[in-house]
Structures are given as C-alpha cells and as structure tokens.
Design a protein around this ligand. Sequence first.
Ligand SMILES: [Zn+2]
Length: 275
Amino acid sequence: MCSTDFEIDAGWRGLFDTHAHLSFLDERGIDGKKCAAALFEAGFAGIIDIGTVAGDLGSRIAEFSSFAEDGRLHFAAGIWPWKTAIAEAKEQIALLEREIDAAPVGFVAAIGECGFDRRENPEAPDGERALLEAQLDLAQRKRLPVIIHSREAPAETIETLAAFPAVRGVIHCFSYTATEAKTFVGMGYAISFAGNITYKNAGNLRDALLSVPPDRLLLETDCPYLAPVPYRGKPAHPGMLLETYRCVAALLKMDVQELKELLKLNAETVFAANA
Ligand SMILES: [Zn+2]
C-alpha cells in the first residue's frame, strides 16, 4: 500500500531532520516526493538527504531539487562501508568527488554517511578505514562537515577521526554511552539521536543525551528506518520526527518550540556551507 496523502500536522513546523533517506521512501510504500511536498508545506525548517553510495547524488538531486531551491533541503554525498565499495575504494572516491563537483552550488552540505559498521563487517577489513579516511580527506579539501556512521566500533571511530582534527561534523544515529558522547563532543562533533531514543530499552541513549551540551545536539529520523514510538516497526518519514522532539524536549525539560529553535540553529551551524 502506498501512502500518497499526508495529513499535514501543524506540529511539523520548525522541525529539522538532519538525516533522512528520502529516496528510500518509495520502496517502503511512502511516496517520497509527496511526502517532501507535505513536509515543506507544513513549514519544516530543514532536511538533509543522505547518500550511501557513490553515484546516487545526481538521481537524488533530480528527484528532489525543486525542494532544495529555497535552501531548506540539502544533500549529503558519501559512501557507506559496503563490502563492494571497500573493494573498489579508489574508483568509488573518484566518482564521489566528481558528482559533488557537478552538483549545483550550495546543494551539497556534507560528506556522508561514512564510517564503520561491525555488524556488516565483523571481520574489520583493512579497506574500511581507508574508505573513511579518503572521505575525511575529501571533507577537509571541500571544507564540508562529515556525517559519521559508527556501529559497534567506537574506538576505531575515535582514533580515525582524531587523525583529521580540522574536520567537523556529526555522529549520526548515536548508539554509544555518555562516555563516548563526551569524547566526540571534545573532538568538535555534534551528536545526533534518532527515533530509537524513544524506545523502552534505550536508557543508555537517554543518559548520553543528558551529557551532550545543548549547542551540540541534533535529531534525525534516519527514515525509512527507526520510526519513533508510537510508530515503531513502521516505515518512518520525517514527519514522525515530531515524536522524537517531544521525547527529547521532555527529557531536557524544555518545551517543544524552544527545542525546535535550538536544533534549527545547531543544524544551520553544523551544515553551514564552507563554514
Ligand atoms: Zn542513514
């Protein structure tokens, strides 16, 4: 079943989704273009549409560029640590750089997502780190922030990012504890929490949230994955981010409007082009 009509929720006004895969929505039964139209009509403050493979940027821009023209939708371009990408890192990085150079000025706001995944790559292949390092180098050369994916690999992530002290960005879908959050913050990174912070068993994430300085905090859907409670298990779209804002506002003892203003400012600071 395809959801083609979106009940616009007034609560969507002012939300900023720092990590959405809009081009994955269609295959999960959500019309991505209609969804984006509804979100921006409702007054969404911003969305960063995330890349996972070299060569996907052109088609994402072709599909969603009409929403990018007023500056509320931006694109990230990067290579997730797929085994196939690791095996062809040199060609993949060259393609990534070419597509970033070919994009309209101001559309690309970050490199990513890129990083380590110990579920996909339990054997920790050598080339995984090299693929990330090449993207950190690209971020440095293009003066763009990075969006870091790090799953079950905190030490390697910290060590690799520390070798690029001039690069800044965000640890997306943060999955560790307050200890790692403080380390990443100390290195200049922002911490982004996804819908799983609303899950019953996510006490470590809620503790980590409380350790993040307010000016380093971001929220995201990672849609179509990780729908927040009460949508858990369903395909997610950026409108569901309102539930994550509500949960986080309660934890921080802020009102939702105050949180919207804070996170818009934070996102604009992290993703400011050529900052
Ligand atoms: Zn993602």
